[in-house]
Structure formats: structure tokens, C-alpha cells
Design a protein around this ligand. Structure first.
Ligand code: KG4
Ligand code: ZN
Length: 348
């Protein structure tokens, strides 16, 4: 069976065709994955402007879907189901995908599957690498989320911890903005950090020891916090006399990146010890980060722990991961009705 996936939760309009293989170890293959990025539109404003994002999704969605079908050499009659991101994300953006998917499913007479955006990021690991050795610990680290999940069987995600404040990608974007580097900040800081000294700027690490009052069911000691780090960079920059030289910017980037990556790696491996995980996966936009990828591999090799990341294209938002998660849900018997609504704060 082939499924059409649609993703419009933030600033990428994406459609993809993913097919089942029949091989339990490597269940899906990508037939097409078309991504129309809105980055040039939002760059001017230094971040995503929700109203501009939803309007651009409306302009792009028909063409992106047509292109995904054409690239996959797939006709509407060959599509067995349509999967769409229901949330979380920007509600106006989500609504474009959800409305389009409902209309297309009704017109084509195929089932509709509602997908959680983070389930998509988690399944991007399986789409890329095949089924992970379970139980697995999966770190989803993006512009909107930084969360650790225990995946004890395929398609079941149990939250272990999350950020108390900023997401890691959000911290990258904010630090890049305050350094005047542009949007999105993650790839820029990643590149500049290569030329910097990662010990040059003293920056704080935050380790939480108490449970969060808002989430008493979680122990809390594996939670993340990045807003103090961002504020420390801001203070450092403000205390600096005059404009920063290129070398100083590179040092700040490298030092900031070291602290972020260390926190992510430490907590992912601590979670894996706690759940006796047989593998660790890292997904979401920040998993494209070069230092995070390198340290994940090095730590995994040193501890004989298999580690997995998606390809760079599957790291950031895309519809192929939504199609994959949709196939997983469809095979588990879960379809949506036509009263499906977007949910900006959908829980996983
Ligand atoms: O998953 P994603 O495309 O969208 C969300 O669901 O949020 O993630 C986007 C985030 C942005 O914050 C961006 O700065 C960050 O991923 N990002 C990176 C890198 N590439 C993208 N962060 C650090 N290093 C990178 N190379
Ligand atoms: Zn995402």
C-alpha cells in the first residue's frame, strides 16, 4: 500500500508518498518527499510569522501534493490512505493541511489518518534505519520540543522527560538572533562553531533535581532547561565592549553548542541506563547538528550502545515521516473521521 503524507505544522509545506515493503525489519520506503520551505519569507522578520505561514501553505499545498504524486509516479487511485499532521504546531498552518487532507480523502474515497508531529519525528528514525532494537530511548529535539521518550514496542511512546522552558532549537534560534546571525539559527551556529574554542566562554549548565510541579508524574531529573543558558549568552554579549569580532562570535557559538550538546547526550544516555534501552535514537531538526551527531556516535561506540539518527532531509520537518507514522497508525487500526480538527497543543 502507498500512503500520501501531508505536513504543514510550521513553516514547511510538505507532501510525500511512502510505500510498505512487507519486510518487518524495514517496513517503509520513500517514493517521494517534496518540501517547500518558507524560510526566505520568515527570515526577513527573524522568525516564523504565523499569519504569513498559513497564507503561504494555502498557496503551496496543491502544487506540493501534485509534485509528490508525480515524483512517486503515483496516481490518486494508487493511494490507499492519507496521513496528516493534526498537531502540535501553529493552528493556522495545521488547518491548511488538515482541511486539504480531509477534502482529498473524501474525494479519493480513502481513509484519513491523524498523526502527531512528534510521532512523525520518532518514526523518521525507523523510516531511515529500519526498526530500532527495543526498548529504545528516543530524543526528539526540534524548534518546538526537547523530549525523551521510552519506546518499548513499535508505535508506543512513553514520555520520560522534556524541557521546562525553551526547546534546544529555540535556544539556537534565539542565540543566533541576539548575535545578529539570522534565521534559522541552528545551522548557522553549527557552522560558525567549527572555527571557535568551545571552552572560551564560561556558560552555565542547568541540571534539574526536583520534579516539575506541572508534571508530578515525571521524576524531573532528566528534564532539560535552556533559557538560563540563552540569558547567560545575552549577558555576556551585553557586557562586551563594542562589537564582537568574528573570532569571538565563533567562540560563543562553540561554547554554547558544547553546553547544549552535552546536556542532550548526558540525559539521553542516563535515560537509556534507567530504562535498560537497547538503542538510542535522536530525531528532529536539531539532530542535523554536526556536534550532536558526532558525540552521539562516539558515546554510543564507547558504551556499545547502537545509536540512530535520520538523514539530514528527514531531520527537519517533512511529510515522509508523517506518512510513515501514518502507516504505523493505520496498521494498528486507527483512522480519523471527517470531523477531525487541528490541535495546536495535541498531546502524544
Ligand atoms: O524539526 P524542525 O524542522 O521543526 C520543528 O518541529 O520545530 O526543527 C527546526 C529547528 C530550528 O530551531 C533549527 O534552528 C534547528 O531545528 N536546526 C538545528 C540545525 N539544523 C536545524 N539546530 C542545530 N544545528 C543544526 N545543524
Ligand atoms: Zn518538527
Amino acid at each position: 500500500m502507498r500512503i500520501l503524507g501531508i505536513e504543514t505544522s510550521c513553516d514547511e509545506t510538505s507532501a510525500a508518498v511512502v510505500e510498505e515493503t512487507g519486510d518487518a525489519a524495514k517496513p517503509w520506503v520513500i517514493r517521494s518527499n517534496v518540501i517547500a520551505s518558507q524560510v526566505p519569507i520568515h527570515r526577513e522578520w527573524g522568525g516564523v510569522v504565523p499569519e504569513l505561514a498559513s497564507r503561504q501553505h494555502i498557496r503551496d499545498i496543491c502544487g506540493v501534493v501534485e509534485r509528490a504524486l508525480a515524483d512517486a509516479e503515483t496516481a490518486w487511485r494508487d493511494i490507499g490512505a492519507i496521513a496528516v499532521t493534526q498537531g502540535p504546531g501553529l493552528v493556522g498552518s495545521l488547518l491548511v493541511g488538515v482541511s486539504f487532507a480531509k477534502s482529498a480523502a473524501a474525494a479519493a474515497g480513502v481513509p484519513l489518518v491523524a498523526v502527531h508531529h512528534l510521532a512523525g519525528h520518532i518514526e523518521s528514525l525507523v523510516l531511515q534505519n529500519g526498526e530500532l532494537p527495543l526498548p529504545a530511548v528516543v530524543l526528539v529535539v526540534s524548534g518546538g520540543h526537547t523530549s525523551l521518550y521510552d519506546v518499548d514496542r513499535p508505535g508506543r511512546y512513553r514520555l520520560l522527560s522534556r524541557t521546562r522552558d525553551d526547546a534546544a532549537g529555540e535556544a539556537y534560534d534565539k542565540v543566533a538572533k541576539l548575535l545578529g546571525l539570522g534565521y534559522p539559527g541552528g545551522p548557522i551556529i553549527d557552522r560558525l562553531a567549527a572555527a571557535g574554542d568551545d571552552r572560551a566562554v564560561p556558560l552555565p549548565t542547568t541540571r534539574l533535581t526536583h520534579a516539575d510541579r506541572n508534571a508530578p508524574q515525571l521524576k524531573g531529573d532528566l528534564d532539560f532547561s535552556f533559557s538560563g543558558l540563552k540569558t547567560a549568552v545575552l549577558r555576556y554579549v551585553r557586557a562586551h565592549d563594542g562589537p564582537l569580532a568574528d573570532g569571538e562570535v565563533a567562540d560563543i557559538c562553540a561554547s554554547f553548542q558544547r553546553v547544549v550538546v552535552t546536556a542532550l547526550i548526558e540525559r539521553a544516555f542516563a535515560a537509556a541506563r534507567r530504562t535498560q534501552a537497547r538503542s538510542i535514537g535522536v530525531a528532529g531538526g536539531v539532530s542535523a547538528n554536526s556536534r550532536l551527531r558526532a558525540e552521539l556516535k562516539a558515546h554510543g561506540d564507547a558504551r556499545e550502545m547502537p545509536t540512530f539518527v535520520p538523514s539530514l532531509t528527514l531531520s527537519t520537518d517533512n511529510a515522509a515521516m508523517i506518512a510513515a507514522a501514518g502507516l504505523r497508525k493505520f496498521r494498528a487500526g486507527s483512522t480519523a473521521t471527517f470531523d477531525l480538527n487541528a490541535d495546536a497543543a495535541l498531546p502524544l
